[in-house]
Design a protein around this ligand. Structure first.
Ligand code: FPP
Length: 241
């Protein structure tokens, strides 16, 4: 699915994805440890997610931790894990008020048992929610996701459940973490970097990209509104004319 949703008078993306980049540089500019940048980034994420839910964006995906982020110093990884736990604890309470359904993209089986328990509880509570779907991409990488899908399909062929000719784009899509969700319409990357960094490569075949030169902790709802406005001006043809 690649369509956009008409929410009242506005053309909003049905699925918005954000690469929350620039936390480290934000902290460095202030002579602070990188973990402080992530703390500021986490607060910003919470505010932006709430705003997206309020304005009626049906799906929001954020890149919180990539399969490559394990290479960072132990202290920084620890600080991020602490922020994830705190966010999920807060969200479990907030979810009682906020109608946000949290999902996870990525292999969460490698996280500590307490984080995994929080993840399981969050998914369970989210099942009853009908509002915005918030995908947290954690230990996520597109290549790992596509490899996992290929392995699963190969196993099904090996066991005679599938024939090679049964493998279609739709079937592959159904083996991605985003199964059942529309493809992202708009992907925003703050911080001035203009690359995809292994994020939603399969799903973003027809996504619009906006690279904005502001560090994630400095990203405001005004920046988001500007991006949403720019999105409405894009001429999306999906390979047609
Ligand atoms: C990239 O900035 C950001 C990350 C690797 C982590 C993103 C995490 C958060 C925003 C906080 C926690 C999120 C949740 C869901 C609670 P960078 O560190 O690569 O920045 P740099 O390029 O300036 O070094």
């Amino acid at each position: 699915m690649n369509s956009s949703a008409n929410q009242g008078e506005r053309l909003l993306p049905k699925h918005l994805a954000i690469i929350m980049d620039g936390n480290g540089r934000w902290a460095k500019k202030r002579f602070m440890p990188r973990s402080m940048g992530h703390k500021a980034g986490a607060a910003k994420f919470k505010a932006i997610a709430r705003y997206c839910s309020k304005i009626g964006i049906p799906y929001l995906t954020v890149y919180a931790f990539s399969t490559e982020n394990w290479k960072r110093p132990t202290e920084e990884v620890g600080a991020l894990m602490g922020l994830f736990k705190q966010y999920l604890k807060d969200a479990l309470e907030d979810l009682l008020n906020d109608d946000i359904k949290i999902r996870f993209l990525g292999d969460t089986s490698v996280f500590s048992s307490d984080l995994q328990e929080l993840i399981a509880e969050t998914i369970q509570i989210g099942e009853k929610r009908t509002g915005m779907v918030l995908n947290l991409a954690m230990n996520y990488g597109s290549r790992a996701e596509i490899t996992r899908a290929a392995k699963s399909l190969a196993e099904q062929v090996q066991h005679g459940i599938l024939q090679p000719q049964d493998i279609t784009e739709k079937l592959l899509s159904e083996h991605m973490y985003t199964y059942g969700q529309p493809d992202p319409d708009l992907i925003i990357r703050p911080s001035g970097e203009c690359r995809l960094s292994n994020f939603l490569l399969w799903q973003s075949a027809y996504a619009e990209y906006i690279f904005i030169d502001v560090l994630w902790p400095d990203f405001t709802t005004k920046h988001l509104e500007d991006c949403l406005h720019e999105f409405t001006m894009r001429n999306r043809r999906f390979g047609g004319v």
